[in-house]
Design a protein around this ligand. Sequence first.
Ligand SMILES: NC(=O)C1=CN([C@@H]2O[C@H](COP(=O)(O)OP(=O)(O)OC[C@H]3O[C@@H](n4cnc5c(N)ncnc54)[C@H](OP(=O)(O)O)[C@@H]3O)[C@@H](O)[C@H]2O)C=CC1
Ligand SMILES: CC[C@](O)(C(C)=O)C(=O)O
Ligand SMILES: [Mg+2]
Ligand SMILES: [Mg+2]
Length: 494
Amino acid sequence: MSRKNYFNTLTLAQKLEQLGRCRFMNSSEFNGVEALKGKKVVIVGCGAQGLNQGLNMRDSGLDVSYTLRGAAIEEKRQSWKNATENGFAVGTYEEMLPSADLVLNLTPDKQHTAVINAVQPLMKKGATLAYSHGFNIVEEGMEIRKDLTVIMVAPKSPGTEVREEYKRGFGVPTLLAVHTENDPEGKGWDIAKAYACATGGDRAGCLESSFIAEVKSDLMGEQTILCGLLQAGSLLAYDKMIEEGIEAGWASKFVQHSFDTICEALKHGGITNMMDRLSNPAKLKAFELSEELKDIMRDLFDKHQEDIMSGAFSSGMMADWDNDDKDLLTWREATNETAFEKSTAGDVEISEQEYFDKGILMVAFVRAGVELAFESMTNAGIKEESAYYESLHETPLIANTIGRKKLYEMNKVISDTAEYGCYLFSYAAVPLLADFMKGIKTDVIGKGLECSCTAVDNQELVAANAKIRSHGVEKIGTVLRGHMGAMAKIAVGG
Ligand SMILES: NC(=O)C1=CN([C@@H]2O[C@H](COP(=O)(O)OP(=O)(O)OC[C@H]3O[C@@H](n4cnc5c(N)ncnc54)[C@H](OP(=O)(O)O)[C@@H]3O)[C@@H](O)[C@H]2O)C=CC1
Ligand SMILES: CC[C@](O)(C(C)=O)C(=O)O
Ligand SMILES: [Mg+2]
Ligand SMILES: [Mg+2]
């Protein structure tokens, strides 16, 4: 199939301008859902994002319905059940699209070209088409009818959390964009802002972004720290504990809940707070391991970012699409067959603090992964705010999915694009870390440091703390978490 990488058609100046678009939007810039009041919103697809965004938008007072491909309706597939069991009207493209004012394309990225080719001829003149990820526009060069407005509202979160946060009276950080080639009436921003208000995104923090900045950062986050490294770290940690004689049920439960437990500390106070949950000797050990991990994995992180920027990643994945998803399905099968995935969590108590004290290696994986992803993204021209959302901010949300049903759940909940990238990274990272893992013992995974003394060298501790706290992800994180805290209070009336 012939595809044209839109990003690669731009001049260097245009690429840099698009990539550098990133502005934190003030809450005074939003006017609620006004621009969409009385308009007909039709969502194509009712999966992870489709269902949860639709529920939020309806609760925000909008007229929301769904359109599904014919077979999904005839066979009453899961997407049909998702929509109808939640009381939404569902119809064919022909029934629903001609009267729609705003059409949200929330189908898998692989299907976008076919979906858009089927959907756009039925859309009325001057309607708006929305995406939650810009792959189709940026990497496949999809061209949309010139009378249609094209926007993007991309939640930086799995669909389940988009809904849960909204129900709490809040939302998830969201990137907004209007496609420069498709804003014929100049209404794109008003619609994108109203859409973000309807999903609750405005309450958590929105960035004025571009399709390009979203794609190049989203792909990087999901491949490396958000999914790829959480998968590699889980598999390596479990295998090591079994090799070292730790009881399998305990190891299984420990790995399943380790990242979500330690990332709760990350969510509240960044890497600094996560590391501060360790005793000083354990913190120094985690610091040393994470420095080593950063040295080993830096080139791999940079390669993923480079391949994303050049288009090599997307052409590789699209070749797999054209090959009936052979690599994706092989990796999925291999992941399901790993010892960790096949293990059963034991009926054992593990306290919250134990996840830190006995999981020094897991803390090291998180620090190394968050910092490397942030560094690779910002070195490539992605702005710090976007890089923060795609590294530190979203890691706890993805870790929660592993806590629910291990790697199976994570890979099911994320998009197919993220799942492919996750395997691509993790199946490169696991062998890369083989020698490092040979030196790992139960003092850093499974049992904790043997020595109970808390003495450390002052200079060493001061230097480690300074390096952790002065990292760019900590500085921008403090600012963005400050906005989120303030907005959460406003949203819940506190
Ligand atoms: N998963 C996530 O949390 C996130 C996803 N995104 C983006 O959101 C978009 C949607 O992803 P996601 O929610 O994961 O998708 P899902 O895989 O969960 O949803 C698939 C939906 O699309 C429908 N569908 C699949 N193939 C076709 C087709 N050929 N024609 C019409 N409908 C089809 C399915 O219905 P059926 O097969 O029954 O017809 C189903 O309702 C993607 O662009 C993704 O990158 C962005 C942020 C996070
Ligand atoms: C992290 C994966 C993601 O980008 C997301 C949930 O934000 C996706 O594509 O699923
Ligand atoms: Mg994402
Ligand atoms: Mg994604």
